[in-house]
Design a protein around this ligand. Structure first.
Ligand code: SAH
Length: 256
């Protein structure tokens, strides 16, 4: 059993943690969590006396020192990250630091915000004949985005695009996505704020009007932006049904 478990807490709803993640929390002696983004209800599963640290005001060095100190004392540590730890979670540098200290760890995945938003919207992100590609990206903030992955270039691919950490720059997102020649002012956009939390809100529009709608709704942070033609299926129907359940097509598990 590893000394440290990086656990994906899921998007907000405390029931959206995995069974494995929940068991890790229940067994933990020390939990370091990603502050306000992790639902505090999850901490109600901890053993009495378990130690809790909010990592929001801490540096990497401080987080690692807490983890290393707990491990040295023989205590079970959970590092709780929002959504899935592998996306915008800064876990690689933590794992590297633990490697240097000879501390073992594992990662337990979680439901990322993009999938929580799709569920809240009741929307498939990959539709036959519309989109078979999903891009998870962001606009640069203090963390730069490599030039080769600029939104303008991503906009030349099309597909369904989910943007993290970007709703505060909605106008720029729309403008840059329009420059690729595939998306148009009519391309549907959904913005889901705090998906799966009790105060979840959804704003829907098009690349032409979404910035204004998002501003009007006062959504400035913690929201997922979903862009792409797949979103019109809810109002216009699916243009093409899937081969998977098509009586005309057989596959490994069903004869045609
Ligand atoms: N590791 C996380 C992402 C952390 S970055 C994950 O896998 O989801 C933080 C960004 O995630 C926010 O700016 C927002 O864009 C998105 N986000 C996190 N939780 C969200 C939620 N419940 N609803 C909508 N967006 C969310």
């Amino acid at each position: 059993m590893s000394q440290v478990l990086f656990v994906g807490a899921g998007p907000g709803d405390p029931e959206l943690i995995t069974v494995k993640g929940l068991k890790a929390l229940q067994a933990a002696d020390v939990v370091v969590h990603a502050g306000s983004l992790v639902n505090p209800e999850l901490l109600s599963h901890l053993k009495p006396g378990a130690e809790v640290h909010d990592s929001a005001p801490l540096t990497l060095e401080e987080v690692v020192a807490i983890i290393a100190g707990a491990v040295a004392a023989g205590r079970k540590v959970v590092r709780l990250h929002t959504g899935d730890p592998s996306l915008y979670g800064a876990i690689q540098e933590q794992m590297e630091a633990l490697d240097a200290l000879g501390i073992s760890y594992e990662v337990i995945p979680g439901v990322t915000a993009a999938f929580a938003a799709a569920a809240s919207l009741r929307q498939e992100l990959t539709l036959p004949g519309v989109s078979q590609t999903l891009v998870l990206t962001r606009l640069e903030g203090r963390t730069p985005v490599p030039e080769t992955e600029s939104l303008e270039r991503i906009a030349t691919i099309g597909g369904t695009v989910c943007l993290y950490l970007s709703v505060g720059m909605m106008e720029e997102v729309a403008e840059r996505l329009l420059s690729g020649g595939i998306f148009t002012e009519q391309t549907p956009v959904a913005v889901v704020s705090r998906a799966t939390w009790p105060d979840e809100r959804t704003v829907e529009g098009t690349l032409g009007d979404i910035a204004e709608k998002v501003r009007g709704a006062g959504i400035g942070r913690q929201a997922m932006i979903v862009v792409g033609e797949a979103l019109s299926a809810r109002s216009r129907g699916v243009p093409e049904r899937s081969k998977l359940y098509d009586p005309e097509f057989g596959h490994g598990y069903r004869k045609s």
